[in-house]
Design a protein around this ligand. Sequence first.
Ligand SMILES: Nc1nc2c(c(=O)[nH]1)N[C@H]1C(S)=C(S)[C@@H](COP(=O)(O)O)O[C@H]1N2
Ligand SMILES: [Mo]
Length: 410
Amino acid sequence: MNAPPGPFRPEFWKSPLRGPWLTAVFGSLLLGLMTVVALTGFLSHAAYQPDLGRNALVGTDLPFTTFFDWPTGPSWLYALTQGLHVNVGLVALPVLLAKLWSVIPRLFQWPPVRTPAEGIERLSIALLVASTGFLFATGLLNMQYWYVFRFDFVQAHYYAAVVFVAALAVHLVVKVPVALRAYRSRGVLAPLRDGLAETRQESDGDTVALRPDAPTVSRRGLIAAVGAGSFALLVANAGQSVGGPLRSVAFLAPRRSGGFPVNKTAEGARITQAMVGADYRLALSGGAEEVELSLEELLGLRQATHTLTLGCVEGWSTRQTWTGVPLTELARVAGVPDAGELLVESLQPAGVLRQATLAGNQVADSRSLLALRVGDAELTLDHGYPARIIVPGLPGVHNTKWVGSLTFRA
Ligand SMILES: Nc1nc2c(c(=O)[nH]1)N[C@H]1C(S)=C(S)[C@@H](COP(=O)(O)O)O[C@H]1N2
Ligand SMILES: [Mo]
């Protein structure tokens, strides 16, 4: 059967740069970057502690869930792992596109499948390309707080990551030997010495053009352009992760301004003045009897001040000086001094983020606070007035705002 016209015909593809060495270079770079992205992604999943209480947004039976309690130090731990996840993911994007470009004739191969073994390999490629595209698309939308999709982001992103890792494993088994052969025959870096005048087609390989055009850019020129794209994306975002002067140039980052972004506003969470006014009471339970504390009574308890980083899953972070009641103190007042677990519930009437469960080590850390003040003022309503959780090293999402009740469990 004849191939359909256009991209299905091999002579359609004319770039003399395509070949196993170029693909190996982009593939190797991508493998390094995606390893960081995948590991930090699964670490983020672990940091949510899905095996605790109702933190489980996805099943607890999958990798990286029940192995360990997320540590509370250093306080920028999650800001670091998640900053890496998001920023290295951005850096990988141009490399991913370049890698796909380098193998695009293969995606149009005709006939699509020739042998059963090839069928399995191409199925794994289809899963790999689809899951990668899905992960990047949902990740980018999440960073921009643009929830156009109807499914739950955390679940979908997580399951796509599991598919990605499985498909990548098959792909590596098949393609690492091809890449090694390309490096052995052409050298790992030697082709980078060629300027435009010396740029020739690679001698063999199934992405090499049948009827190549003359090159318009050298391989090192192409790789440099991809690197420049990655660098631009990094500069456009990293400021919201690391703060400082870089923040002002992070033109693609939705959380670049002010230094202390508001994730969800009080209005968005449907918190009313009445809920946080003079009638506000914090309910402490888990002990012999429930204790209720007004804001004044909370201010009368032992206060501590700590400078701690809050890192959000979207990749931004902020470092603030918080003052409030240590969670250990509240556990004592509640009558559960050695609490093994703490359920935190917000006054917020609805939404998955209205509650979180903290592990025993997170309650026991002396720097973990029910914060009442930040900087030298009381919390603003949008930042969780009258009281919010701040636990060092924990994902921002567990730092519940507008706290209404704390349930300590032995
Ligand atoms: N009740 C409640 N607490 C919440 C949230 C929320 O939506 N509702 N968002 C969380 C998330 S995802 C983050 S990153 C932090 C952000 O805190 P900030 O808005 O004070 O910067 O608050 C957390 N606490
Ligand atoms: Mo967040």
